[in-house]
Design a protein around this ligand. Structure first.
Ligand code: NAG
Length: 373
C-alpha cells in the first residue's frame, strides 16, 4: 500500500514538475536541449524592453484572413496533386499557421563556413549568436544548400530542378533564402550583416506574435523626382534580412514565381543570358517587393470589399514607426538600413536600428545601394 502511495506521490511530483517546466517562460532558462529549438515567444516576455516606437495598422477596412477564402463546394478531401498548381502544392507541403511561434533559427549562407580560414565575416556572424542565445544559427555553404533544397523539396521536383538550373550564384542565394524560410521559417540574414538588436525586439511587446507571420524592412524610399534613375521601385523592401513563419503565403508565391519563370527560361534556352542587372527583377528585391504588394491587395487574404483603395508605396513612404498589414509587420527604413544617411534613415544608435547591412558579401547593383556615393 505504502509503495503504491509513494508511487502516486512520485507521479504527482513528476506531473507538477512537467507542468511547470513546460509552461514556464522564464527568459533565464538555459537553451533547451530538446531537438526542436525554443521559439522566441517563450523568451520574449521580458518586461519593459520595448521602448522603441509603436506600430500603426495599415489595413483594408474589411480586414485580413489567414486562410484564403474558398468558394463554396471547392473543399476537397482528397487532393489530386497532379491537378494542383505549384502554389497550391507548396501550400499543401508547407502549411501556414500564423499561430505557431517564430522558429528560433538563423539562416545564413556563404562560400565558406565560419570554421574556414578564408571566412571573413566573423565579426558580423558573431553578433547574431550574441543577440540570440538559444537560437540555432547555421551558416550554410553553397554545396550544403544544394543538398538541403533537394531534401526539403523532394516532393516538389520542379523546385529542385529550378534551383539547380539557376546559372548565377547570386540567383541561387536569393532563391535559397525564400526556400529555407518557406520550409523551415526563422530569420534569414545576409552574411555581411550585423545584428544590432535581438529579433525579439523587432516587434513591439504589445503585438501578439500569434498574429504576425512575416517581418520585413525597407531598403529604399527615394523621395526624389529622379528616383527611377536609381531604384527599380518607389518603395523597395529589402530581402537581406527577413523573419518568417514557415509556409507564409508571400514566400509561397515568390517560390512559385521563381520556379515557374526559371523553368520557362530553361525551356526557352534563355536562362544563361541573365546578367547581373536582371537579377533584381528575377529573384531580387524588385520581385520581392512586387510579391509583397500583391499580397497586401490579394482578395484571397484581404477583404477588399470595403477598402478605401489599394495599399501601395504611398502607405509606407516616410514612415518612422512599424506598420502592420494583416499578418505582415513592415519596419521603417532605420531598422534594417540604419546609417545610410539618406531617405530618412537614422543612425545605427537609434533604438529602431536592428541590423546593419554592409553590402560586401552579396551582389547588388551599385545603383541600388549608394545614391550620391
Ligand atoms: C493607403 O494610402 C492611401 C493614400 O495614398 C490612403 O487613402 C489609404 O487609406 C491607405 N490605406 C490604408 C489601409 O491605410
Amino acid at each position: 500500500m505504502l509503495s503504491f502511495r509513494r508511487a502516486l506521490v512520485a507521479a504527482a511530483f513528476f506531473i507538477t514538475v512537467l507542468f511547470f517546466t513546460t509552461r514556464s517562460s522564464t527568459p533565464a532558462a538555459p537553451p533547451s536541449a530538446v531537438a526542436y529549438p525554443k521559439a522566441d515567444s517563450d523568451t520574449e516576455s521580458k518586461q519593459g524592453s520595448d521602448t522603441t516606437g509603436t506600430l500603426v495598422d495599415a489595413e483594408h477596412a474589411g480586414g485580413h484572413r489567414n486562410r484564403p477564402s474558398q468558394p463554396q463546394g471547392q473543399q476537397q478531401t482528397i487532393q489530386d496533386a497532379s491537378k494542383m498548381t505549384l502554389y497550391d502544392r507548396l501550400a499543401y507541403q508547407f502549411p501556414y499557421d500564423v499561430e505557431t511561434k517564430f522558429p528560433a533559427y538563423i539562416w545564413q549562407t556563404w562560400r565558406w563556413t565560419p570554421a574556414h580560414a578564408e571566412f571573413q565575416f566573423r565579426e558580423q556572424e558573431a553578433t547574431w549568436t550574441e543577440q540570440h542565445p538559444g537560437f540555432i544559427h547555421e551558416v550554410i555553404t553553397d554545396q550544403v544548400a544544394g543538398h538541403l533544397i533537394r531534401l526539403l523539396y523532394a516532393s516538389l521536383p520542379e523546385v529542385v530542378e529550378a534551383y539547380a538550373a539557376l546559372p548565377l550564384a547570386v540567383l541561387k542565394a536569393d532563391f535559397f533564402r525564400y526556400l529555407i524560410l518557406l520550409a523551415r521559417g526563422g530569420i534569414y540574414s545576409d552574411i555581411d550583416t550585423y545584428a544590432i538588436r535581438s529579433a525579439l525586439d523587432w516587434i513591439p511587446e504589445a503585438v501578439p506574435r500569434s498574429a504576425v507571420g512575416l517581418v520585413i524592412g525597407i531598403e529604399a524610399d527615394p523621395d526624389r523626382p529622379d528616383w527611377k534613375d536609381w531604384y527599380s521601385r518607389r518603395v523597395q523592401f529589402c530581402q537581406w534580412t527577413i523573419q518568417a513563419k514557415p509556409g507564409h503565403p508571400v514566400l509561397r508565391d515568390v517560390v512559385a514565381r521563381i520556379t515557374e519563370e526559371t523553368l520557362r527560361r530553361k525551356q526557352a534556352g534563355s536562362l544563361r543570358s541573365i546578367v547581373d542587372k536582371n537579377v533584381i527583377e528575377f529573384t531580387g528585391p524588385a520581385l520581392w517587393t512586387d510579391v509583397i504588394f500583391e499580397y497586401f491587395n490579394d482578395p484571397r487574404y484581404f477583404d477588399m470589399g470595403q477598402s478605401a483603395g489599394p495599399i501601395d508605396w504611398r502607405n509606407f513612404t516616410g514612415m518612422e514607426n512599424r506598420r502592420r498589414v494583416g499578418d505582415v509587420v513592415v519596419l521603417p527604413i532605420t531598422s534594417f538600413s540604419p546609417g545610410v544617411q539618406q531617405m530618412g534613415a537614422k543612425d545605427t544608435d537609434d533604438p529602431m536600428a536592428f541590423v546593419k547591412h554592409d553590402f560586401e558579401g552579396t551582389w547588388k547593383p551599385e545603383s541600388e545601394r549608394h545614391i550620391g556615393d
